[in-house]
Design a protein around this ligand. Structure first.
Ligand SMILES: [Zn+2]
Length: 312
């Protein structure tokens, strides 16, 4: 990577301070480079956001939870139709996949996204988000308090600012939806700072009646070990594209998934997913699906049963 000038980096921190700002609680962090207002996800308000008139007419009338693991090659993008008729997008792949993600969402009939999560600032997760935010009305955006000096990340922050959105901090114990039978919440990251950007990845848990889904970004074993919430889930979006940096046996024994979805590109330069990790999931009894082999994968829950369909 080319070295950034000091001014560029200072500029980025100022931008971050503006975007994450607005909370009542001022915490100084252990990271001496960045200090800005921090607040939990629940308390930041988008008071000055001019909402576009929503013409969304899609009605998920069957009360199903429908999770689309979109095939974006080497990267992650998961679109979720919630049973309360709201929708969520976790990541949007590389920027080369932005139109595919956009078309996928709009072909389902949506022109509004209630919740966007950028799990962490790597381009295979946030690369397509700028285009999505520019072309689909986004109500709420969650990202971990992680810093990257990549052009993609800086440009995304500028877009968020231009749209008058405020980033809600994604970290453990932030509730996105709390109701009797549907709960969407964040269970990681649990620390303020990590040496590896992957470990900042937001981990999302969805509980719907008797079914649970667990969405790991690129979290590695360190983050897995820090999670104190119940991670038991029927479906897991496997961490870090099936690398052995993640998916410790200890963690998988807690999750006990029936289905493991790996979002990964064919013939990628990282040799993801590792055979040893696929075996690990199979040994604990999970059925493994991969976007490189199966294309887009859709998991539908009625609250009791989960049905998986795949493109190929
Ligand atoms: Zn990744």
């Amino acid at each position: 990577m080319k070295k950034k000038s000091k001014n560029t980096i200072i500029g980025l921190f100022v931008a971050l301070a503006l975007i994450f700002g607005g909370g009542e609680i001022l915490n100084s962090t252990t990271d001496t480079k960045v200090t800005y207002n921090e607040t939990s996800g629940q308390t930041i308000q988008n008071e000055n956001v001019e909402k576009e008139e929503s013409t969304q007419t899609v009605n998920n009338s069957e009360d199903n939870l429908k999770v689309h693991f979109i095939d974006v090659g080497q990267g992650d993008s998961i679109f979720i139709e919630l049973p309360n008729d709201e929708v969520m997008l976790i990541d949007a792949g590389e920027s080369s996949e932005e139109e595919k993600v956009y078309n996928y969402i709009t072909n389902l009939g949506y022109n509004n996204i209630d919740y966007v999560v950028g799990t962490h600032p790597h381009t295979d997760h946030i690369g397509g988000l700028e285009y999505i935010i520019n072309n689909i009305n986004v109500e709420n955006i969650y990202m971990p308090k992680a810093v990257s000096t990549s052009k993609t990340f800086e440009s995304l922050l500028n877009t968020i600012t231009n749209k008058n959105l405020k980033v809600k901090v994604a970290k453990a114990n932030v509730n996105i939806i709390s109701s009797d039978n549907l709960n969407v919440f964040i269970i990681a990251p649990n620390s303020e700072s990590y040496s590896n950007l992957n470990n900042y990845s937001a981990v999302i848990k969805i509980n719907y009646y008797n079914n649970s889904f667990l969405f790991l970004g690129d979290d590695e074993v360190l983050s897995e070990e820090e999670i104190t919430s119940d991670v038991g889930a029927d479906v897991i979006k496997v961490g870090h594209h099936g690398s052995d940096s993640s998916s410790s046996l200890e963690f998988l024994n807690k999750v006990k998934p029936k289905y493991a979805i790996i979002s990964v590109g064919a013939n990628n330069q990282y040799n993801h997913p590792y055979d040893s990790i696929i075996s690990r999931y199979e040994i604990i009894g999970a059925q493994v699906y991969r976007t490189d082999l199966n294309g887009t994968i859709v998991a539908t829950s009625d609250g009791t049963n989960i049905n998986i369909t795949k493109e190929k």
